[in-house]
Design a protein around this ligand. Structure first.
Ligand SMILES: NC(=O)c1ccc[n+]([C@@H]2O[C@H](COP(=O)([O-])OP(=O)(O)OC[C@H]3O[C@@H](n4cnc5c(N)ncnc54)[C@H](OP(=O)(O)O)[C@@H]3O)[C@@H](O)[C@H]2O)c1
Length: 253
């Protein structure tokens, strides 16, 4: 493993609240950062802030991540620009409007493309890169929404479930053929970010992005292939998965 002070990190979806909090942890350790997102102005502001916080190099790439032209070549170039990537972090995503996704199939396809199909391409590209160098971590933010299909959120949930299986498969592949490289799926529950700005907040189930960032940062260094964030969601979802279908189908979840 490369030491934290020389660590190169590619962050896909760097403008996300969770990504920003995670990037700050890396910056404080002097890491080299490649920030990728679709808002160039926002990336510039983030880059300045992260440099001030200790990042030894910060590059930015403005890109619509939902439509990679050639993810393998693009990721290799991003890594090259920061002198090599140890970690590749995937944060970007969109919360689907479930009611709209049920009537507007082009919209449903668009959300599946953003949350699953494109993310799968980036993850497969990252797996190749990490396997070839025999070290580093791919850490991907999924969601507890992918653990059981629910009428209120199943299009987004399906995308996150698909991504979760893909990352688990990559973790298995890297365990067998990746030298020291690893892949981890981090599954947050409710997090107070712009994505959930429309929801009422408060209560013990809501986490701040900084709490998820610590989990992501730790996951890049050690641990298993699937991590719930915070940890108690593992048990909540275990119960939700075990609720018998006749009971579950009477709920409005
Ligand atoms: N918040 C939660 O409760 C929660 C729970 C479980 C999982 N998650 C997952 O956590 C991850 C981070 O989300 P967050 O909560 O931190 O929300 P967020 O702050 O709204 O971040 C989402 C980010 O994804 C970016 N993005 C979306 N589509 C993109 C595209 N095509 N190309 C480039 N960037 C794109 C957005 O960019 P713009 O700013 O340009 O729109 C935004 O910066 C997401 O994958 C989300 O699904 C969130």
């Amino acid at each position: 493993m490369t030491s934290a002070s020389t660590r190169g990190v590619v962050i896909l979806g760097a403008a996300s609240a969770m990504a920003e909090a995670t990037a700050r942890l890396y910056a404080a350790q002097g890491a080299r950062l490649m920030l990728v997102g679709r808002n160039a102005e926002r990336l510039g502001v983030l880059a300045a802030d992260l440099s001030a916080r200790g990042a030894s190099a910060v590059e930015v790439e403005a890109l619509d991540l939902a439509h990679p032209a050639d993810a393998r070549a693009q990721l290799a170039d991003m890594a090259r620009r920061i002198g090599g990537a140890d970690d590749v972090l995937v944060f970007y995503g969109v919360l689907a409007d479930q009611a709209r996704a049920e009537t507007d199939l082009a919209y449903a396809r668009q959300t599946l493309q953003a949350n699953f199909a494109s993310a799968a391409e980036w993850c497969l590209a990252a797996a190749d890169l990490l396997q070839a160098q025999g070290r580093g971590a791919l850490v991907v933010v999924g969601s507890v929404a992918g653990d059981r299909g629910r009428q209120s959120n199943y299009v987004y949930g399906a995308a996150k479930a698909g991504l979760g299986v893909l990352v688990q498969g990559i973790a298995h592949r890297l365990a067998l053929r990746g030298g020291g490289a690893r892949a981890v799926l981090v599954k947050p529950g409710f997090v107070d970010t712009p994505m959930t700005a429309h929801l009422p907040k408060g209560g013990p189930l809501w986490a701040k992005p900084e709490a998820i960032a610590k989990v992501v940062r730790r996951a890049a260094d050690r641990g298993g292939a699937v991590v719930y964030a915070p940890w108690f969601w593992r048990f909540i979802l275990l119960i939700i998965r075990l609720v018998p279908e006749p009971v579950f189908h009477k709920s409005k979840l």
